[in-house]
Ligand binder design. Sequence first.
Ligand code: MRU
Length: 349
Amino acid sequence: MKSLEWKLDTYELVLIDQRILPGQIEFITCRTTAEVVAAIRDMVIRGAPAIGIAAAYGMAIAAAAGVSFPSQTFLSTLANASADLLASRPTAVNLPWALNRIQTVIDTFAGNNEALRDRIIVEADAITRENTEMNLAISRFGAALIRDGDTIIHHCNTGPLATIAQGTALGVIIMAHQDGKHIHVLVDETRPRLQGARLTAWELSQYGIPYDIISDNAAGYFLHSGQVQKVFYGADRVTANGDVANKVGSYMLALAAHANDIPVYSVFPTTTVDLALPSGDLIPIEERDMDEVLGISYHGQRVTPEGATARNPAFDVTPHHLLTGLITEMGIVYPRFRANLPRMMREKL
Ligand code: MRU
C-alpha cells in the first residue's frame, strides 16, 4: 500500500487517507498546492519522509498551475507555495529539506516555465527514488542487529505509510523477518492519534509479522520484566549532538528502556538530520488541537467531561545519552554522537 502516488499526466498527487485506516481505504486527490498543505497539516499523509516527498510534489503542482504566468509571477507563485508547505507542520526537518532541494533547482535554473516545471518534477521523482534506496540500506544495517527470537518494542508508525518504501524502524523489522528471523513486535498504540494501533499493526499484519498491541503505558512493565530485547523508533529531526525528536512518548520509552539496560535505536535517513541545530532543546515541537486528546471514546462514549482542556505536544525529544545507536543509510552511529554524527554527515558531502 503506497503512501502517495504522483500522476504525471494530470499533475495530481494521490494520497491514501491515513486518518481513517485501517477501517476504511480511501484516496484523496490533491490538485492544488493548498490541498497538499491541508493534507499534510491534517495528517492525511504523515511521517517525516513521506511529508517531505509530498511537499516536493506540492511544488510540482504549483509549477504546473502557474506555467502560463509571466516569469516573475511564476516565481512568486512558487515562493508562496513553498512558504505555505513549509508552515504545514513544523517538527520534521524532512519537509524544509525537500523544499530546499526544490528551491535550489528553482534558483539555479535557466529556462522557460515549462522546462522549470519539468525539472521540478524530475527533482521530486529523484527525492522519491533516493528515499526508497535509503529505506533499503537502513533496513539492511538495522536488521543485522536483530537476533532470532527477539521481542521488539516499536513506537508510532515508521513503515511504508510513513515513507515511500518499506520504512525506517519498521523497515528494519520487516527485513529481519524476511531474513527468516523469528521476531515478535510489541506495538505501542501511540496516543493520541494511535498510529501504532491503527497503522503499524495493519502493516505488520500484511507482512505476516507476529505482534501484540500494547498501551503506551505498558512498555515499562514489559521492559522491566525482561520480555523485551530492543526498542526501535523513527525520528523527525536529529540534531548535531544526536538528540532525537520523534512521536510523543518516545522519550518516556527511552527512559524506561535505559533504566532496564535495553538498547534503544532511532532509525532514520540522513535527510532527517539537522546539523544547524546543536541540541534537541532547539527543535520546534508541534502542539496540535486539544481535541485529539479529548475526543477519545470508550465503549462508544466520549470519556472526557464537558469543557475539559488538554495539552497536546505531537513530539518529544530523546536526549542522546539515552540512545544506543542511530541507524541511517550510511551505517550505524554510536556514541559519542556529538563527534560521530557530524563526521558521518561530512562523508556524505
Ligand atoms: O505525527 P506523525 O505521525 O507524522 O509522526 C510520525 C513519527 O513520529 C515517526 O516516527 C517519524 O516521522 C518517523 S517516520 C519514518
